[in-house]
Design a binder for this molecule. Structure first.
Ligand SMILES: Nc1nc2c(ncn2[C@@H]2O[C@H](COP(=O)(O)OP(=O)(O)OP(=O)(O)O)[C@@H](O)[C@H]2O)c(=O)[nH]1
Ligand SMILES: [Mg+2]
Length: 546
C-alpha cells in the first residue's frame, strides 16, 4: 500500500500485518460525552460492571453518601460529584458470540470550563456515546460537543439516560434531536413504560421484549429476561402495545438503523438506559461491539492516512499528574494509531527527532495502572515519567509521521497568580510549570508583571479552582489569585507588541508556547483597537464553542 505523500509504503506486510489488523478490528475506542450530570461517569461504571471488570458498582465510596465512580478519582471530583478531568479505562468484553472485544473507554467532564480536556479526548477516539438526560433533552454543552463530533466525523451512539425518573415523551425526544441537529434517530431499543416507569425495552432488531429487574441500590448487574414478542403483551400489557405502536411509527419515519449514515454522522442509533439501575447497559455493550467502528488508521498533518497496519505510531492527547497522593508522577496518555507497541521499544519523538524509550508503559483503568507489555491500534497507553511529552506530540517507529497538533482554546478568564508563602518559591515555579504542561491552565508572562506574578488564563473559572487546589495540595505552594478584567484574547505578531501595549484596556503577554497574546477587556474594545490600528494583525484562537 502506498498511502503517504512521498509514495513510501507504510504498511507492514504478511502475517504481522494480518495480526495487527485482527487486533485493531476487535478494539473499540470511544468517549462518553454530554452536558454535566447526564450520567456519564455512572454509565461508565455500569459498563465496566457489566463487562465483568469490577464486581460491584460504587466499589469506592464517595462523600456525603453519594457513591463515587471508578472514573471520578480526584479529591475535588469526589467532594463535588462532578468530573473535572477525563479518565481512561481499558477492559475486555466478551460478546454473546464468544469473541472478546477490547474496550478503550474515555469518560469526559461535561462542564464547559473543562471542555478543552474533552476536546483533546475527541481527537483520540473512533466513536462517541452521547448521553441525553430523559427529563432535559438536548442541553447546551451536548449540542456543542455534538458539533465537534460532526466536524471531526466521529460517529455517535445516543443514549437516553435516567429513564427510571419522570421525563419527556420518547418520540418527542427523537423529534428534538432530528429538528435541532438534523440527526436522524434510529432507535435500536424502545422503552416499555414511560419515563419514571421503566419496565424494559423492545429490542427493535429482534422484536422481542427485554424485561429488566432492579437490584438493591443498583450495585450489581441488573438481571434481564428475554421474552418472545408473542408473550410480551401478557407480561407488560398496554405498555408493550404502546412500545410496538411507536416502534412502527419510527420505521415508517425512516427510523431503522443504517450503518452508512451512522458512520457518516448523519444518523444515530439510540438506546434507552438507567445507568443508576444498570438497565440497558448490556444492550449498549453489544451495540458498541457490533456496530461501533474499529480503528482504521489516522490522518497525518498533511491529510494522508497512516494505515493501522503500518509501523507503530501514536499521539499524546493528554498529560496528567497527581493521580494519587502516593505517586505524584505524571502520565502522558497516547492513542496508538498504527502498528504494535512493545514495552521497551525505542521510538522517535516526531517534534524533536530524539529517541524516546518506553520503559514505563502502563495500561490505565481510572486511577489504577498496571504494566503494559503490548498494545495495538486503538489502545490508550500511559507513558510514565515522560517529561518531554506534551498534548499533540507524535511518537513513531521506522517510518516518520506527524499527526496534527491539538490547538489550545482561546482563554476568556485571566488572573494573576502569587505564591502566598515566599519560602516556597521553588515549589511555586515547579507547580506552575507542571500545570501549564498538562494544560490545566495557560500561563502568560510579560516584562511588566515579572516572573513572580505570572498570569493564569483559562476557558472557564473552575480551571482556576483546580489550579489553586493542586498548587496547595500537590506542590505545597499555596497561591492567591487576583482576577484581571480581560475577557477576549487574540494572537498578535511580536512586531506589534509596542503599539498594542500603548492602548488602554489592553495588555500583551507571551504564552509559554511562544505565542504573543493581546488581551482586551471587551470585544468592543478589541474592535476599536483593530479599527484604529488597521495594520496590526490580530488572529482569533480556537474558541471553546467551535
Ligand atoms: N435517577 C437516575 N440518576 C442517575 C442516573 N445516572 C446518573 N444519575 C445520577 O445523576 C448524577 C450525575 O451523575 P454522573 O454520572 O456524575 O454525571 P456525569 O455526566 O458524569 O457528570 P459530569 O462528569 O460532572 O459532567 C448522580 O447523582 C447520579 O447518581 C440514572 O440513570 N437515573
Ligand atoms: Mg462524570
Amino acid at each position: 500500500m502506498t498511502d503517504t505523500a512521498s509514495g513510501v509504503s507504510t504498511a507492514t506486510a504478511g502475517p504481522a500485518a494480518a495480526r495487527i489488523s485482527a487486533e485493531a478490528q476487535r478494539r473499540r475506542t470511544f468517549a462518553v460525552i454530554s452536558h454535566p450530570d447526564a450520567g456519564k461517569s455512572t454509565l461508565t461504571e455500569a459498563l465496566v460492571l457489566h463487562a465483568n471488570a469490577i464486581t460491584e458498582a460504587g466499589a469506592i465510596h464517595g462523600k456525603a453518601g453519594r457513591r463515587a465512580t471508578v472514573s471520578d478519582w480526584m479529591d475535588m471530583e469526589k467532594a463535588r460529584g462532578i468530573s473535572i478531568t477525563s479518565t481512561a479505562l481499558q477492559f475486555p468484553y466478551k460478546t454473546h458470540s464468544g469473541n472478546t472485544c477490547i474496550i478503550n473507554l474515555l469518560d469526559t467532564p461535561g462542564h464547559a470550563d473543562f471542555s478543552e480536556d474533552t476536546y483533546r479526548v475527541l481527537t483520540a477516539v473512533d466513536s462517541a456515546v452521547m448521553l441525553i438526560d430523559a427529563a432535559k433533552g438536548l442541553e447546551p454543552q451536548t449540542l456543542k460537543l455534538f458539533q465537534v463530533c460532526r466536524h471531526r466525523g466521529i460517529p455517535i451512539i445516543t443514549v437516553v439516560n435516567k429513564w427510571d425518573r419522570p421525563g419527556r415523551d420518547a418520540l418527542e425526544l427523537m423529534d428534538e434531536i432530528h429538528e435541532r441537529i438534523q440527526l436522524q434517530t434510529t432507535p435500536l431499543t424502545w422503552p416499555v413504560g414511560i419515563a419514571g416507569d421503566f419496565k424494559g425495552v423492545l429490542d427493535r432488531r429482534t422484536g422481542n421484549y427485554i424485561k429488566y429487574t432492579r437490584t438493591a441500590g443498583g450495585a450489581t448487574a441488573a438481571p434481564e429476561e428475554h421474552i418472545d414478542a408473542s408473550r410480551a403483551h401478557e407480561v407488560a400489557g398496554s405498555d408493550w402495545d404502546n412500545a410496538v405502536e411507536e416502534s412502527e411509527l419510527l420505521s415508517a419515519d425512516g427510523g431503522d438503523f443504517d450503518r452508512d449514515s451512522f458512520l457518516r454522522c448523519t444518523s444515530t442509533p439510540v438506546l434507552f438506559t438507567s445507568a443508576i439501575l444498570n438497565f440497558g447497559v448490556n444492550q449498549l455493550l453489544d451495540v458498541l461491539a457490533q456496530l461501533a467502528p474499529s480503528p482504521h488508521g489516522q490522518l497525518d498533518i498533511e491529510g494522508n492516512r497512516r494505515d493501522a497496519a503500518a509501523p507503530f505510531s501514536a499521539f499524546v492527547f493528554k498529560v496528567q499528574a497527581g493521580m494519587d497522593s502516593a505517586h505524584r508522577d505524571r502520565i502522558a496518555y497516547a492513542r496508538v494509531c498504527s502498528g504494535t507497541f512493545e514495552r521497551g521499544d525505542v521510538l522517535t519523538h516526531a517534534g524533536t527527532g530524539k529517541p524516546f524509550v518506553t520503559k514505563y508503559a502502563q495500561s490505565v483503568f481510572g486511577q489504577q495502572r498496571s504494566t503494559l507489555d503490548t498494545a495495538w491500534p486503538g489502545d490508550v497507553i500511559g507513558l510514565a515519567n515522560a517529561a518531554t511529552l506534551r498534548p499533540g506530540d507524535t511518537l513513531y517507529r521506522d517510518i516518520p509521521v506527524q499527526y496534527p497538533p491539538i490547538p489550545s482554546f482561546s482563554p476568556e478568564h485571566f488572573a494573576v497568580a502569587r505564591g502566598t508563602d515566599p519560602s516556597k518559591h521553588k515549589q511555586f515555579r515547579k507547580g506552575i510549570e507542571q500545570l501549564e504542561q498538562e494544560g490545566v491552565i495557560q500561563v502568560l508572562r510579560s516584562d511588566r508583571r515579572g516572573d513572580q506574578a505570572p498570569v493564569f488564563a483559562a476557558v472557564g473559572p473552575m480551571q482556576f479552582e483546580v489550579a489553586s487546589h493542586r498548587m496547595a495540595g500537590e506542590f505545597n505552594a499555596p497561591i492567591a489569585l487576583e482576577p484581571l478584567p480581560y475577557t477576549v484574547a487574540r494572537a498578535a505578531d511580536p512586531a506589534d507588541v509596542e503599539v498594542l501595549s500603548k492602548q488602554a484596556s489592553v495588555e500583551v503577554f507571551t504564552r509559554t508556547d511562544g505565542v504573543v497574546l493581546a488581551v482586551f477587556t471587551t470585544k468592543w474594545r478589541l474592535e476599536n483597537v483593530q479599527r484604529d490600528n488597521p495594520d496590526v494583525a490580530l488572529r482569533s484562537l480556537v474558541a471553546a464553542g467551535d
